[in-house]
Design a binder for this molecule. Sequence first.
Ligand code: SF4
Ligand code: SF4
Length: 544
Amino acid sequence: MNGPPGSLAPKLEPPSQEVALYEIRKRIHPRAVHGWFAGWRWTLVFLTQAIFYGLPWLSWNGRQAVLFDLAARKFYIFGAVFWPQDVIYLAVLLIVAALALFLFTAIAGRVWCGYACPQTVYTEIFLWIERRIEGERLARIRLDAARWSLDKLVRRAVKHVSWLAVALWTGYTFVGYFSPIHDLGVSVLTRSLGPWESFWILFYGFATYGNAGFMREQVCKYMCPYARFQSVMFDKDTLVITYDRERGEPRGARARSVDPRQKGIGDCVDCGICVQVCPTGIDIRNGLQYECIGCAACIDGCNQVMDKMSYPRGLIRYATENALARNLDAHSIQKRMLRPRMLIYGALLLAIIAIAAGSLAMRNPLKVDVIRDRGALARESVPGLIENVYRLQLMNTDETPRRFTIAAAGLPGIAVVGVEQPIAIGPASTRLIALRVQVPVDDADRDENHERGRDERHEEGRGDGRHEERRHGALEPGPHKIEFTISAVEDQEVVRHEKSSFIVPRRCHLAGVVPPPLALAADGRAVPGCHGVAGERVGRGAQR
Ligand code: SF4
Ligand code: SF4
């Protein structure tokens, strides 16, 4: 309200002001910096890029050492081959990555962002190229402001061609993890790249070019979700890059010969170098900001100034909120790192890594899927001998060729027929095996039929009969539990036991008929009838 209540004076509206929805970007030209942390950053750049660019060119057992073959649904990582059934390891990897991120962020803030994040690493590489071609910070600012000339055109053209070369090589390397990189090279040279390979090389390449060449700090400030939720992982004992306000203020320029204590000023000479070296263009003296990626460039920059002024280093340094508030020394800071949260994260991380490593080391290279034949649930091959049909998918998941035998157990007289054994399976290969399981069904016929079945199996030269059982007793109609045992001939440690069920229809064969198709009740039990003629298919539907 303007004026007293009841006043007839006109109300004064505040003048309208147009506020931009988006802040106009100020182009940042970070100054080059040298020092201990810059050394670590470059070490991480070399290390991560040596791994990224180098790995796909390594060979192992005559194939690419690391290859994520999506078409064949197999991931090769040196000696290990991962199949879709191993997706649990991918889940474990994601859990370990998330826990490690929580742990390291709680200890030392955004170390990942500052040293190893691809956005930081590629921005560092692209900035290095820019410096080589356009010069240091002031030269780049001048070139930006200058009118177009031949010199500017040439410099800009060389810079962009160099950036594009790095970006496309990055895209090519990325696709080389999913498609054999040597073949990919041949396809590029012969211009016979497939549409998907072309798309992903260009997509990944231009994403690198755009993010590291143009977007730079904008990705960290506006696109990366991690910057937004990092603060929830921080506490008062998290190491963050901090300006020591108590020591630095009041800031001000002075000659080297002046004693700041006598002049009543702090150690900050207000040179602005910490701002000039910052890739996100912030002033760390204003306190911790979400834009700070924790690269520590300002520490190196400020330490150089402190050296020149003959002041102690560390006006900007890694410190914790508690350390600054209570003047803790380095030893006390380290001791406070071992707080319960860290111990829980650390213990969980170690436990998960140990369990995953143990499980990988003891991984059974044989995987088996037993599939009941959907077309024929149960039939009577000869009177008194019931037969079920199965398909077994055998996967030899490592790189040793193996031979396997299949046996069945769980019912009297049970035998596997209709498959030539042993079954050879090549390295990292899979085979779908169709087989029949026969069981004699009544006391009167069992011996005769058992012998008949045995004769048949011997004639066919199939079935090893190791698990045949000669117990007597009537078999109830319906499903019966059985177990397949698949074992490697050369290595008895490689063995799998797979449970399944064997369907016995009602014993109608004595009357010369066999049951009609079985219906499956809601609980999965077969409900047999008693019609039809001998030898007719008696089942449909499927059940593991
Ligand atoms: S404030 Fe310092 S640590 Fe943070 S981004 Fe800028 S230079 Fe890096
Ligand atoms: S670099 Fe150090 S001395 Fe220079 S302005 Fe930043 S904090 Fe102050």
